[in-house]
Ligand binder design. Structure first.
Ligand code: MEV
Length: 428
């Protein structure tokens, strides 16, 4: 358990926040300067991460507070360009903490590699031959990547799918073999691609068909993470609105996002505001998680809300979010990027399942905050407060003047840069 909960973190300067982290035993850092240096991405690392490097592109890294997940306290590192995401996550986590926190369920971490075959001569014969050769296919896959087997993981089973030809979309029939691989702490993209490519010629030869490709699938339906929370209606009261009223409106707003893909897209974008910021901050692949999550949102044949809000028998509000989360705690840039090394440490060096629990909880928190705001104050109120601060900084305010200008600016009819400049001049 950490020593303090970082009260008034929002009102501190950056240096004071770092100091509070050091005093609160959240960090081993010796000094504010060494903390700041720890994030700098040296050229010799960046130049090896991608091609044609000319520099680095920075984003703010902030911390969402108050998260209590499966009985553990977490400070959540988030890299994002969007104001109000961290404030919203922290607000939601504060309420949910008082209600007992988040509980999570994480499935086995099994990733999928696909080998697609076309021009199958006899569908039933091919399916039978492949099914009978399962042990051999698994052995070829594991021999292609023996180190994961040594660590206790590896290919475990196969699944054979037949996709009918579709005249409307002009696609031929495909026979698709899924290789199920336990990747342990890694996301495992390279490992799975190596295995899928190794199995491909064997399948081609056996079926006398043509392989289209061997590649991992980012639709990681065998690697699911679920977060839940249960909030008493009394905690939802909001200026003139009763708790039960807010609860019912949150449920109704969620029903709208389940029914309408136009709303579902915005609803799920809000969920990804938190998830992508944390996935990015931990050195994981944001696009893999985003693609898999949106595909999962469309699993019924229609794109829907990823969250489900409902009323418990005792009248509490229940929230649930399930998404595929094929993230890793090793591999890729995680062990070499200084920022990623820091964020894993700050999270207490969680294993991959714990990291999934944290990420899915952040997604649920983000959706709670957005939906609650939308059915009560509207989201502009919170956004405008941050916008006022940003205008104050743009107008040249520094130190204490930032808050002063922002406060006065919010009282003005026209909240713009010119008004911010005028207020600043008057103050000075
Ligand atoms: C803004 O980035 C995200 C929201 O639009 C999400 C939502 O509407 O649920 C506030």
């Amino acid at each position: 358990m950490k020593k303090n909960r970082l009260d008034k973190f929002y009102n501190k300067t950056i240096d004071q926040r770092i100091e509070a982290l050091m005093n609160g035993d959240y960090l081993e850092t010796q000094s504010i300067d060494s903390f700041k240096q720890a994030f700098v991405l040296p050229e010799e690392i960046s130049n090896h991460m991608i091609e044609n490097v000319v520099g680095t592109y920075q984003l703010p890294l902030g911390l969402a507070l108050h998260f209590l997940i499966d009985g553990e306290d977490y400070l959540i590192p988030m890299a994002t360009e969007e104001p109000s995401v961290i404030a919203a996550a922290s607000f939601a986590a504060k309420t949910i903490r008082l209600a007992g926190g988040f509980t999570t369920d994480i499935s086995n971490r099994t990733m999928i590699g696909q080998i697609a075959l076309k021009n199958i001569k006899n569908k039933d014969d091919a399916i039978q031959a492949i099914s009978e050769a399962e042990a051999e296919i698994i052995s070829i896959a594991n021999n292609a990547h023996p180190s994961i087997v040594k660590r206790g993981g590896g290919a475990r089973s196969i699944n054979v799918r037949w996709l009918e030809a579709d005249a409307e979309h002009g696609t031929p029939a495909f026979l698709v073999i899924h290789l199920h691989v336990e990747t342990l702490e890694a996301m495992g993209a390279n490992m799975i691609n190596t295995m899928a490519e190794a199995v491909k010629p064997f399948l081609e030869e056996m079926t006398e068909a043509n392989a289209v490709m061997g590649i991992l699938s980012n639709y990681a339906t065998e690697c699911l993470a679920t977060a839940r929370c249960k909030i008493p209606a009394t905690m939802l009261e909001r200026r003139g609105m009763s708790g039960t009223d807010v609860r019912d409106k949150i449920i109704e707003a969620n029903q709208f996002a389940i029914a309408d893909p136009y709303r579902a897209t915005t609803n799920n974008k809000g969920i990804m505001n938190g998830i992508s910021a944390l996935v990015l901050a931990t050195g994981n692949d944001t696009r893999a998680i985003e693609a898999g999550t949106h595909a999962y949102a469309a699993r019924s044949g229609q794109y829907r809300s990823l969250t489900k809000w409902s009323q418990a028998e005792d009248g509490d509000l229940i929230g649930e979010l399930t998404i595929p989360l094929p993230i890793g705690t090793v591999g890729g840039s995680i062990n070499i990027h200084p920022g990623a090394k820091f964020t894993h440490k700050l999270l207490g060096s969680p294993d991959a399942k714990q990291l999934e629990s944290i990420i899915v909880s952040v997604g649920l928190a983000q959706n709670f905050a957005a939906t609650r705001a939308l059915v009560t104050d509207g989201i502009q109120k919170g956004h405008m407060a941050l916008q006022a601060k940003s205008l104050a900084i743009n107008a040249g305010a520094t130190g204490d003047d930032i808050q002063k200008v922002a406060r006065l600016l919010r009282k003005e009819k026209h909240m713009n840069l010119q008004t911010a400049k005028t207020i600043l001049q008057t103050l000075r």
